[in-house]
Design a protein around this ligand. Structure first.
Ligand SMILES: [Zn+2]
Ligand SMILES: [Zn+2]
Length: 942
């Protein structure tokens, strides 16, 4: 989730967190976009967010716990209360079969939701104990996001806080081993009340003045110029920290090798240097080399992006992605121990108040070396902790003001240039000696050094960029002479920056220090990988990378520091243990063995090795759920009698669920040449039912439905080829196994948000799939026969993926036909101008009815694409027919239009009682009426 800019001005986005009491361990984050007041639009948002279909009798027992509005969070908090009232007044939602449950498992991160909650509930670091919402937000995140593997890592920063909360809130959260389990103890209603109450108060608590009695080494030090341990200057080692910033690569490693390697202090220990490394253009093999030379690797952000205001305004989440994620990234690609990475310097020395320090505290980073001081240079400021208020001058605001225990500030004590003007980095000084004059530069450096060496011996920093010293050889020679001097002084030590912190924590006089021995580190190896340039999603640039690990799939960047295919996982996998253990895992696809027409490796290659321009662009329109008199008019209106550029009638695939379906109308759709496919008999909630469905469940819901529809709608059984599971909730291997055993040809339930451009083509499951798994569990076994027709996601206005066109979050305004049309076209063109993977336009009918502007745009889109002679709107099954036997566009264009066996229907109106809920159902069918309303286990209503 991004910070909402101007584009959000005219529109409210309602994000709601629901507790679903049907499912013990699940909270849904749901959302809707509305044109005006979220309250007055609650009915429509409800359609988007609430009211599951299929449970009219039992009603739903969902509770809106929290709503978050992107426009005005505080106002929204007030609204939350009102919405909640509204919900409790409507215990049973009026049932409407056109209403679809929308469970939006969003692309939100921990920090996203946390910051949302923080903003609304006045949560801040000091008041966390009073904020039960933290539990909730974490809980919803766990549901929505975390992979099993990373769960512990991601939450470790919060675990301490959680313990405190759990004690104070009866919110029991426990962590055990690789999995996390969280339990809420019936407090949910109460939580809402307290959340609203908390919204009233918002204030930042400033750190108190330092208490010398309470603040003691090794873990606390007041900011000050006094020498740690009360030592006299002459007993105090003069530390010199040389640092280089930014990317490390073949351009600058030469300088480092030339002037830094094989350098020793007077005590015989190797001299230290600290590299504040930014990710872009960094060669991780060289990082590994520097590390193995004993130098310190520290963090300088992943993006190092401009403008500087980005850093000034950076949120906790921004900095988490830039810094905490970079620690993981650095350790991964350079193959260096994570715990050797301790320091941070923010780009442009631009702090964002408390935020970066809070991230550091939460993610185990020890010290920051970003904060310059220009007033406390003589005597110089020593490193200190942020437990208490800092007395350091704030040169580049905002500086931290809160108490953030656990983080050290290593102040950048400024130099004075020739006119006495302060400069934090050597290459930032203004009045400097002639850059060709080595002697003057040597004097300039020594003058600054002596302020420390002859003063209170506060650590002396030589902070510079490689470009400066390689550009000016005289400066470089002066610098080398300076290092030579330091390395020969008996009481000065050129060390890694974190060694200074180590000494400050445990200050000892020089003679003791010299006996302590040299720093140790664990050498690591590097299995060098030179990667074919992975493309970067953020700018399209391909980056050449060398690293000590496997090559990333995409260029690592913010939000995806390891460059993985994007994977989100539902925590239900953890709770339910759904990962299949019975079937053997599918093997990597073998192109030699896997051949069309019955086998295809998952890939973005165009079938038949065709070029995009020789490939027909297929479009598959689909509509889900019941077909009945309330939605047939829309279908008649926009789909009937519409032909493509080739003169053939367009196709559309209806994924029909049984309840409230009128089978005479299904017959009518079939006889228009549309495809009828399966979407289950019950379409029941909760989605956990589908995630953990057994073989028998799927057989009864899907295979039996094939018989049901063929019978009552009087259509050929063999015309029913495809399946879309409710809520796009796969059940791992199960549904595919059932399909394989019962002759269903393809599934269209599996979204991809990673393989869009180029797009993923349909494939079989004979071998392992490369497809990302946005909604777990996905199949893992080798299951020959059934095809996957991947659902290529749309991307919303901010680039977030959405599997269905009506599940996008950041949409155009609903009444803006043109903007919607462009939105549709943009998504279409990703395929059409790309590798021509089939473009799926997946939408629910009610969305078009609810938003006439969207409907108008949809029609306009159809008008456009049906005029393109290389574009074909076909039934979903027809795409497979082509993929199995791919022919070039010119050949395909010559094919006659599809034919199908027309069938008759003499509609019988029927009134049936359902045995499962005692409801009366009125509908018509092409056979005589069944005895009871057909349902799971009795699909023919016998
Ligand atoms: Zn930099
Ligand atoms: Zn559905």
């Amino acid at each position: 989730m991004r910070t909402h800019g101007d584009s959000e001005k005219h529109r409210s986005v309602l994000m709601a967190v629901y507790y679903d009491s049907n499912v013990q361990n699940r909270i849904w984050i749901r959302k809707s976009s509305t044109n005006n007041n979220p309250i007055t639009n609650y009915a429509s948002s409800n359609k988007l967010c609430g009211a599951p279909c299929g449970t009219p009798k039992t009603g739903i027992d969902q509770k809106l716990l929290y709503a978050y509005n992107s426009q005005s969070t505080i106002r929204m908090c007030d609204m939350t209360k009102r919405i909640d009232n509204e919900i409790s007044n409507r215990k049973n939602y009026p049932h409407d079969s056109r209403t679809t449950t929308y469970e939006y498992q969003a692309e939100f991160t921990i920090a996203d939701v946390l910051s949302g909650f923080k903003r609304c509930a006045g949560w801040n670091q000091k008041k966390e104990q009073r904020s039960p919402l933290l539990c909730l937000s974490l809980f919803s995140l766990v549901n929505a996001h975390l992979t099993k593997k990373s769960l512990k890592d991601r939450l470790s920063g919060f675990s301490r806080k959680l313990q405190a909360i759990s004690r104070s809130q009866n919110c029991r959260i426990s962590f055990s081993g690789e999995t996390a389990t969280m339990k809420f103890v019936g407090l949910l209603a109460l939580l809402l009340v307290s959340a609203v109450a908390l919204a009233e108060e918002e204030e930042v608590e400033e750190a108190p003045e330092c208490d010398l009695e309470a603040c003691k080494l090794p873990n606390c030090r007041c900011s000050g110029v006094d020498i740690p341990g009360g030592l006299s200057p002459r007993d105090t080692p003069q530390f010199v920290t040389v640092t280089f910033d930014d990317g490390v690569n073949v351009n600058n490693i030469i300088t480092y090798r030339n002037i830094l390697y094989n350098r020793f202090n007077s005590n015989g220990c190797p001299a230290g240097v600290t590299f504040f490394v930014s990710h872009e253009y960094t060669n991780y093999v060289l990082i590994n080399e520097l590390y193995n030379r004993g130098f310190e690797i520290a963090l300088h952000s992943i993006s190092h992006q401009i403008p500087q205001t980005y850093w000034r305004d950076a949120t906790y989440d921004d900095l988490k992605k830039e810094i905490a994620d970079q620690k993981v990234q650095m350790s991964h690609f350079a193959n260096i121990p994570s715990n050797s990475i301790k320091g941070v310097r923010l780009p442009f020395l631009q702090m964002a108040g408390d935020n970066s320090f809070q991230v550091m505290a939460d993610y185990g980073l020890e010290y920051d070396c970003t904060w310059p001081t220009t007033t406390q240079t003589n005597p110089g400021l020593w490193p200190y902790t942020l437990d208490y208020k800092s007395n350091q001058d704030c040169v580049v605001p905002p500086c931290p003001t809160s108490s953030i225990p656990g983080v050290w500030v290593k102040p950048m004590v400024a130099w004075s240039d020739l006119q006495g003007v302060a400069c934090s980095m050597v290459d930032a000084c203004f009045f400097i000696p002639d850059r060709e004059n080595e002697e003057e530069w040597f004097k300039f450096i020594m003058t600054n050094f002596e302020r420390h060496y002859l003063g209170n011996r506060a650590p002396f920093g030589f902070y510079v960029h490689e470009a400066f010293i390689s550009a000016y050889p005289a400066v470089q020679r002066a610098f080398v002479r300076f290092m030579d001097v330091v390395n020969n002084l008996p009481d000065a030590f050129m060390v890694n920056a974190h060694e200074v912190i180590d000494w400050v924590k445990n200050p000892v006089p020089i003679d003791v220090y010299k006996k302590q021995g040299c720093r140790r580190f664990t050498p690591t190896n590097c299995n060098i990988a030179s990667c074919s340039p992975p493309p970067a999603a953020h700018n399209g640039v391909q980056y050449w990378m060398q690293l000590c690990n496997v090559c990333p799939r995409v260029y690592p960047w913010l939000g995806n520091p390891l460059g993985q295919m994007r994977v989100t996982i539902l925590v239900s996998v953890l709770f339910l243990g759904l990962v299949s253990a019975e079937l053997p895992l599918a093997k990597e696809c073998n192109e030699e063995l896997c051949k069309l027409p019955n086998c295809r490796c998952s890939s973005t290659d165009i079938p038949g090795g065709l070029l995009p321009r020789d490939t027909p662009q297929f479009i598959t329109l689909t509509f889900d759920d019941g077909v009945n008199i309330r939605n047939i008019e829309t279908y008649r209106d926009i789909l009937y009698n519409r032909t493509g550029a080739n003169g053939c009638p367009i196709g559309t695939t209806f994924y029909v669920s049984h309840e409230y379906t009128d089978y005479a109308l299904v017959n009518e759709l079939y006889n228009q040449g549309f495809e009828i496919a399966l979407h289950s008999i019950s379409h029941r909630t909760p989605t956990d039912f589908w995630a953990s469905a057994s073989y028998k469940d799927i057989k009864e819901e899907i295979i039996d439905q094939k018989d049901l529809i063929a019978h009552f709608a009087n259509i050929p059984r063999e015309s029913i080829r495809g399946v879309r599971l409710p809520f796009l909730q796969l059940a791992g291997n199960t549904s595919y196994q059932v399909m394989a055993d019962h002759g269903l040809e393809y599934d269209s339930s599996w979204p991809t948000s990673a393989l869009l451009n180029p797009g993923l083509w349909p494939y079989t499951l004979d071998y392992a799939s490369i497809q990302d798994c946005p909604i777990h569990p996905c199949p893992s076994a080798s299951i020959p026969k059934p095809w996957v027709q991947p659902m290529l996601s749309f991307r919303d206005e901010f680039g977030f993926p959405c599997a269905m066109a009506d599940s996008c979050f950041y949409t155009p305004q609903f009444d803006d036909v043109d903007a919607w049309y462009k939105f549709f076209m943009r998504n279409f063109e990703r395929q059409y101008l790309g590798n021509r993977a089939p473009f799926g336009f997946y939408i629910h009918e009610w969305y078009l009815v609810a938003y006439p502007g969207v409907k108008a745009a949809y029609i306009k889109f159809l008008d456009t694409v049906t005029s393109l002679n290389d574009v074909f709107l076909v039934n979903h099954g027809e795409v497979l027919d082509w993929v199995k036997n791919p022919v070039p566009l010119n050949e395909y264009m010559k094919k006659p239009c599809k034919t199908w066996t027309r069938t008759g229907c003499d509609p019988n109106p029927c009134l049936c009682v359902a045995e499962h809920n005692q409801n009366m159902y009125y509908f018509s069918m092409c056979t005589k009426c069944p005895r009871v309303y057909p349902w799971v286990g009795n699909p023919l209503g016998l």
